[in-house]
Design a binder for this molecule. Structure first.
Ligand SMILES: [Fe+2]
Ligand SMILES: [Fe+2]
Length: 317
């Protein structure tokens, strides 16, 4: 097989980038661990001119956005458009071709989603700093692969069903990640104090929803197949035993559901938006996804602390 890319070059570029301290992130494949909290920043965090609650919510969101950024950067390095807006990658023609089976614009969307996440955490941290509040910084951690969503080396580029299974995995993973942000912002917005902090959450949150809407449509285009190297099955979601309203892949709009109380008529909404325990719920979902396998106890302690402080926030405090 022709070596079309050198993953080692890609990796070392990435580490060099990390050393510059431009972005705090870790290397990961899907289902792999990433990121560590620098314990010092998570001590008694200062809120400056923000209420402690608003600062805690913004810090948890900054952490979530750093995680999103790290994940998207890794996808962009091999699956996205390579340009100065999202530097550090090399692109993989084989991986991109498999991604484009889901949609011809996948590389563009991956690039743009990555750029969005970079702006989200950079903005939130800059806003915290402008108010004299502590910001969030996450240090890189090592990773362990499960079913990969990114080719790990040139050996993953064949056979065709294997690289397609990797692209399919990425397609579903994109939607999973963005679904989290879609719920997290409205959930936490209910407990902020300052109108400007509310404005930040109400402005960033819908971009996460746009991301989710895009990716759930693309996941529906993932072709049915079985990966011959590991047995991973992508079933035909439009045929029995699947199919129908629960699986039909072109059903991408919200469905009417119970909202606030069963005494009201059903309503098409984003959910869940229950505010109690929302940050810890997000932390738990990311952990259950396997993103943090192999991480140190210090990482989990830091993530838990950020989430707990965000969940303790109440309007006025
Ligand atoms: Fe984001
Ligand atoms: Fe996002």
């Amino acid at each position: 097989m022709k070596k079309e890319e050198n993953v080692f070059t890609w990796s070392s570029n990435r580490r060099a980038f990390l050393k510059n301290g431009t972005v705090a992130a870790g290397a990961a494949t899907v289902g792999a661990g990433l990121l560590a909290g620098a314990p010092s920043v998570f001590g008694e965090a200062g809120s400056g001119r923000l209420t402690p609650g608003d600062a805690a919510i913004l810090r948890f969101l900054a952490a979530a956005e750093i995680l999103e950024t790290d994940l998207w950067r890794q996808y962009n390095e091999l699956g996205g458009i390579q340009d100065s807006e999202v530097p550090g990658g090399s692109g993989s023609a084989t991986y991109i071709a498999a991604l484009k089976v889901l949609d011809g614009d996948m590389d563009q969307y991956i690039h743009d989603n990555t750029e969005d996440e970079m702006t989200h955490f950079t903005f939130i941290n800059a806003y915290l700093a402008s108010k004299g509040a502590d910001t969030v910084n996450l240090e890189p951690f090592r990773t362990l692969p499960q079913f990969p969503g990114i080719p790990r080396d040139d050996g993953d580029l064949t056979p065709p069903e294997h690289i397609q299974a990797i692209a399919n995995t990425a397609g579903f993973h994109f939607a999973f990640i963005e679904q989290g942000g879609t719920s997290l912002y409205p959930s936490l917005a209910q407990r902020v104090t300052h109108p400007e902090v509310l404005r930040i959450l109400l402005s960033i949150g819908p971009t996460e929803t746009q991301h989710f809407q895009t990716w759930q449509d693309k996941a529906g285009n993932a072709p049915a197949l079985t990966d011959p190297t590991n047995g991973l099955v992508f079933p035909n979601l439009n045929a029995p035993p699947f199919g129908g309203e629960d699986f039909q892949t072109n059903l991408i709009m919200p469905e009417p559901t119970i909202f606030l109380s069963r005494k009201f008529p059903v309503c098409s909404i984003i959910r869940p938006t229950q505010t109690e325990g929302a940050a810890m719920g997000a932390a738990r979902a990311l952990t259950a996804n396997g993103l943090f396998i192999g991480q140190s106890p210090a990482f989990f302690a830091a993530l838990r602390e950020l989430a707990e402080e965000a969940d303790e926030a109440k309007p006025g405090r």
